[in-house]
Design a protein around this ligand. Structure first.
Ligand code: ZN
Length: 303
């Protein structure tokens, strides 16, 4: 599905499907599967983000309101413990009916959880922030349904299989044209039944998607689940992603272009940040500002 123009058509179809499927739950965020062999004149802005928008750009004003509301709620939640949450993780393996395709091993799932703990623990770079979040596997279930495997009827299958409360991370491992799609914490109250992240099973550590198979798509999507925008959200604006220590960025990164600087604003593009679209090998960090935002969001919506 990743090596032809037919594949591109499928990808665009999926984007339409996802936007329709997520009506009322937006802004959901997605990370699109690289389509590096689907070469045409627009290939230069392809890779992680694909050619079409994979997420709904909210207005700067809406972003501000979301951020301000979260801070109010977090301040009001005086019963929340110090923010070092242990997040229970339910992994739903959405395999094909043949029992083989997408039926990832328990070991691969354990490796994915390890990646979450390493990346959210700030261990991949000396400048990375330890976010304080840790993740513990709470359960694995397996389904053998070709439709679910292909992420069809995603709202339905999520409602039927989701486990835990607002603090529980549900990961559905599917095969679609994205690397992953996540819901935001501020949507939990109205859309809790579908809360969680959908991740391409082939992006797990050791998976088959070249350049995106170290499990860091999981990290990126969980970043959204904890309230982070892309580092390129809002483009070259001072508001950008509502996080002050991630330099503004004109668009998503393809690969790992050291020294890229797409905005006439302070700082190089944060290409090593998990909330960009860079290769997994290029990803090394969340910032202190992102940690602060995730903790605020946790206290406001998930604690
Ligand atoms: Zn994303």
């Amino acid at each position: 599905m990743r090596n032809s123009r037919v594949a591109r058509f499928a990808a665009l179809t999926t984007i339409s499907f996802c936007l329709v499927g997520l009506t009322g739950v937006a802004p959901a965020q997605a990370r699109v599967v690289a389509d590096v062999q689907c070469v045409d004149s627009q290939e230069s802005d392809s890779a992680r983000g694909g050619r079409g928008p994979d997420h709904r750009d909210v207005s700067a004003e809406e972003q501000k309101q979301i951020t301000a509301r979260a801070k109010e709620l977090a301040a009001a939640n005086t019963t929340a413990a110090a923010v070092a949450p242990v997040v229970p993780v339910y992994v739903h393996v959405m395999a094909a009916k043949n029992g083989i395709t997408g039926n990832v091993s328990d070991a691969a799932i354990a490796a994915q959880i390890d990646v979450l703990n390493k990346t959210f623990g700030g261990t991949e770079s000396s400048s990375a922030s330890n976010t304080g979040f840790t993740f513990t596997l709470a359960g694995i279930d397996r389904f053998f349904n070709d439709s679910w495997h292909k992420d069809k009827q995603s709202s339905s299958y999520r409602k039927q299989t989701r486990q835990g409360g607002a603090n529980a991370l549900n990961i559905w491992l599917v095969d679609f044209s994205y690397l992953g799609i996540a819901t935001f914490p501020w949507d939990y109250a109205r859309s809790g039944a579908i809360d969680g992240v959908r991740v391409n099973y082939a992006s797990l550590p050791g998976g088959s998607i070249a350049n995106y198979n170290l499990g860091e798509t999981g990290t990126h999507e969980v970043g959204h689940w904890l309230g982070l925008y892309h580092t390129f959200q809002g483009g070259c604006t001072t508001t950008n992603d509502e996080v002050s220590d991630t330099p503004a960025q004109g668009g998503s990164t393809n690969g790992c272009p050291e020294g890229a600087d797409t905005c006439n604003l302070p700082g190089f593009d944060p290409i090593h940040n998990y909330m960009d679209y860079s290769y997994d090998t290029c990803y090394t960090m969340f910032t202190a500002g992102q940690t602060s935002r995730m903790q605020t969001m946790w206290t406001a919506y998930r604690a």
